[in-house]
Ligand binder design. Structure first.
Ligand code: UD1
Ligand code: CA
Length: 453
């Protein structure tokens, strides 16, 4: 789009109904602050700059909104209504833009295409464009009053007549305004209404009164869902998850029980990945083609290459990198560690701060002892090494290529390549001792019973 555009994003609310110690726009949807979703939609709608109107938590809100676009912040010190909030960014608007978009920071499902169609309507000659939606439960929303193909007014629920309240076409709260008229229209808004606030919605009638053109474009009710409470936050999360899973499945990802799989905003999953039920994927995860994530696994900050198998019941923590065809099995935890191509960590292991070579086999119950109570240390296991079950690898330590570590070993020294390391006490067998052991036990028990204990 050759026209330039400023998005004014309103995020100055007190978030009272959220009952939270932080601004509601910082609460995550898909593990990303809702304000970031909004700014990202603006970015996808080809917006050039964002003017963020902030109240509480201004610095944190500004930081969360910083997703790549130029964001300036404008404090609104008193909450005198949505038009007043937009005017907090007066100096940004005054710089001169073709289109001004007004977007609420608590509406994270807004789609770029709705913002684009609002901008298009401005390009086609409208002075004000309102993004509306249809609902069977319009209570609380401003009603869109249309006359002869134009929007005549928006009536806030509290100010509406019974006939107006019967209207089910409502204001989603988002608008586009022609840049050259925006400040004049906003400055003309007054606060003589039920709430005594400066309503952004009044610019509809003001623009019409001076012979301007005002139209509504329609978005889905889901897109304009505003979050006020944690109940709505959970509803929006569910809708967002449903949409992302749908997109992933359409793109070639198999999920047998998609409603039990949770992803994050930046989750990357290639085609031909299979995800079993009850998998949670936190931020920073990439899963490449042909990998299988088995049931009840929890992944974050992990890269899983082609053909890997993870789980069931695996936890991958940040810095886990599973190379081609490697396998991490049940009840294993991997943190900040590379599992080389074709390597196996199959059962009940903790591998942290480690480099496991290609085709190495890490036996059941192996633990990398990476922490001495003060510092973290690395463990290296060479390619083709075989670490027996229940070994403790006390870092910093290296286990050489193609070596063996006997099960139950506590490895505190380097194991050279091709060596076999025994780090455990030698076993001794005492002939016939089992019977004596039992006799001693029975005698002890009898003594206790006699003493009445
Ligand atoms: C607003 C619309 C209503 C629409 C509804 C959709 C107005 C007057 N009404 O009503 O037509 O149907 O949204 O959800 O615009 N804010 C500030 N500073 C202020 C006032 C508000 O930053 O002084 C922010 C709020 O934090 C919020 C947004 O603007 O993110 C909307 O304000 P809110 O009071 O929730 O408006 P509604 O009554 O929901
Ligand atoms: Ca609202």
């Amino acid at each position: 789009m050759a026209r330039n555009c400023l998005a004014v994003v309103l995020a100055a609310g007190d978030s009272t109904r959220m009952k939270s110690s932080v601004s509601k726009v910082l609460h995550p949807v898909g593990n990303w602050p809702m304000i970031a979703h909004v700014v990202s939609a603006a970015q996808s709608a080809d917006v050039d700059a964002v003017a963020l109107v902030v109240g509480r938590d201004a610095d944190n809100v500004a930081a969360a909104a910083n997703t790549g676009l130029a964001v300036s912040t404008w404090p609104q010190t008193e909450r005198l209504g949505t038009a007043h909030a937009v005017l907090a960014a007066r100096d940004a608007i005054a710089k001169g833009y073709d289109d001004i978009l007004v977007i609420f920071g608590d509406t994270p499902l807004i789609a770029a295409k709705s913002l684009v169609s609002a901008r298009q309507a401005i390009a086609d000659g409208a002075d004000v464009v309102v993004i509306g939606f249809r609902t069977d439960a319009p209570d609380g929303y401003g009603r869109l009053i249309e006359r002869g193909g134009q929007l005549a007014a928006i009536r806030e629920h509290r100010d509406a007549t019974d006939a107006e309240r019967a209207i089910t076409f409502c204001n989603g709260g988002l608008m586009a305004i022609s840049g050259d008229k925006a400040l004049r229209l906003l400055d003309a808004v007054e606060n003589n209404n039920a709430k005594g606030e400066f309503y952004l919605t009044d610019i509809v009638e003001i623009a019409r009164a001076e012979g301007g053109s005002v139209v509504a474009v329609e978005a889905s009710a889901q897109e304009v869902l505003g979050i006020n409470t944690r109940v709505e936050l959970a509803e929006v999360e569910a809708l967002w998850q449903q949409k992302r899973r749908h997109e992933l499945m359409i793109a070639g990802v198999s999920m047998s029980a998609p409603e039990t799989v949770f992803v994050s905003h930046d989750t990357m999953i290639e085609a031909d990945v299979t995800i079993e039920p009850n998998v949670t994927i936190g931020p920073g995860v990439t899963i490449r083609s042909g990998a299988t994530i088995r049931a009840f696994s929890h992944l974050e900050g992990a890269t899983i290459d082609a053909g890997c198998t993870v789980g069931p019941f695996t936890r991958l923590r940040p810095g886990a990198e599973l190379q081609n065809g490697s396998k991490v099995g049940n009840f294993c935890e991997i943190k900040n560690a590379v599992i080389g191509a074709g390597a196996k960590v199959n059962h009940l292991s903790y591998v942290g701060d480690a480099d496991i070579g290609a085709k190495a086999n890490i036996g059941a119950g192996t633990i990398t002892c990476n922490y001495d109570g003060i510092n973290k240390h690395r463990t290296e296991v060479g390619a083709g090494a075989f670490v027996g079950s229940n070994a403790a690898l006390v870092a910093p330590v290296r286990v050489g290529d193609d070596s063996y570590v006997a099960s139950g070993s506590v490895v505190t020294m380097e194991v050279p390549a091709d060596a076999v390391a025994f780090g455990r006490a030698r076993q001794t067998n005492k002939k016939g001792a089992a019977g004596k052991l039992r006799e001693r036990g029975l005698a002890e028990k009898a003594r206790r019973q006699k003493a009445g204990k």
